[in-house]
Design a binder for this molecule. Structure first.
Ligand code: COA
Length: 257
């Protein structure tokens, strides 16, 4: 598929997806959400790809939010549909991907942009990054999972403050609060993401997918994370990757997955 709002590069089992609307600070319009959904689903189904890096083009923004120009005239039902479709198509889909997605936050990550980063499995940021959920300043609330995932990542108290004040966090504050794992200078951001992706790519893809499912289960109200862990743990034993991983250890060599 040819994309108009995103760029896709692949090398050595790692894909980089760059949201490419820099003149609109990479705001997420409907077309971009659809392209991201299609592209990430394809990458998740591609056995050659073992980790994905998601970033924004231009030096200023990761994603400055959902496209305000697109939803400004919406009514109640349109609003519900926007949130429901977006969650289903993109945000929940990323979270449930069995190929880890690393958000490389290279500037503003606001509203839907922070929600996008929070749906990813790992977040790193450049020193110039600014993160926040400013929706209440527009008379709306986060609709792409932000009220849930921010509280999961930074705790309910800090999430309440960020959401109700519509304030922004610096990259350093975000690291302190556990919203991002690492902060580096802008020019080092992609190389750090590649380093993490490369470490992921050396491990068992099946086991990584199983681990993601088990971790996620603990955050779903209708699932028992411990039971899911037992199920996924057991399933690993029946796989060729388990045989290779344990055999390699016993033969004192590196496993080749
Ligand atoms: N939706 C649609 N367009 C957006 C956008 C968004 N979320 N964020 C930025 N843009 C557009 C601007 O409208 C402008 O487009 P224009 O040149 O056609 O007018 C362009 O991106 C550049 O943004 P601008 O506001 O001029 O840059 P700035 O440096 O002055 O400010 C921000 C940067 C991020 C502080 C500011 O753009 C902003 O507050 N954006 C909205 C953030 C937000 O509320 N997000 C949550 C949405 S739910």
């Amino acid at each position: 598929m040819n994309y108009t709002n995103i760029l896709l590069e692949k090398a050595e089992h790692i894909a980089q997806v760059t949201i490419n609307r820099p003149d609109q600070l990479n705001a997420l319009n409907k077309a971009t959400i659809f392209e991201l959904s299609t592209c990430l689903t394809d990458l998740d189904n591609d056995p050659e790809i073992r980790a994905v890096i998601l970033t924004g083009s231009g030096g200023k923004a990761f994603v400055a939010g959902a496209d305000i120009k697109e939803f400004a005239s919406f009514g109640t039902e349109d609003g519900k549909k926007l949130a429901a479709e977006g969650q289903l198509l993109l945000f929940d889909r990323i979270e449930s991907m069995t190929t880890p997605v690393i958000a490389a936050v290279n500037g503003f990550a606001l509203g839907g942009g922070l929600e996008l980063a929070m749906a990813c499995h790992i977040r790193i940021a450049s020193t110039n990054a600014k993160m926040g959920l400013p929706e209440v300043s527009l008379g709306v609330i986060p609709g792409y999972g932000g009220t849930q995932r921010l509280a999961q990542l930074v705790g309910k108290g800090k999430a309440m403050e960020m959401i109700t004040t519509a304030g922004m966090m610096t990259a350093e504050e975000a690291e302190k609060w556990g919203l991002v794992n690492h902060v580096v200078e802008g020019e080092e951001l992609i190389s750090l993401a590649q380093k993490i992706a490369s470490r992921i790519s050396r491990n068992s893809p099946n086991a990584i997918g199983a681990a993601i499912k088990a971790v996620n289960a603990g955050f779903e109200y209708d699932k028992d994370g411990y039971a899911k862990e037992i199920e996924e743990f057991g399933n690993c034993f029946g796989t060729p990757e388990f045989v290779e991983g344990t055999t390699a250890f016993l033969e004192k060599r590196k496993a080749s997955f």
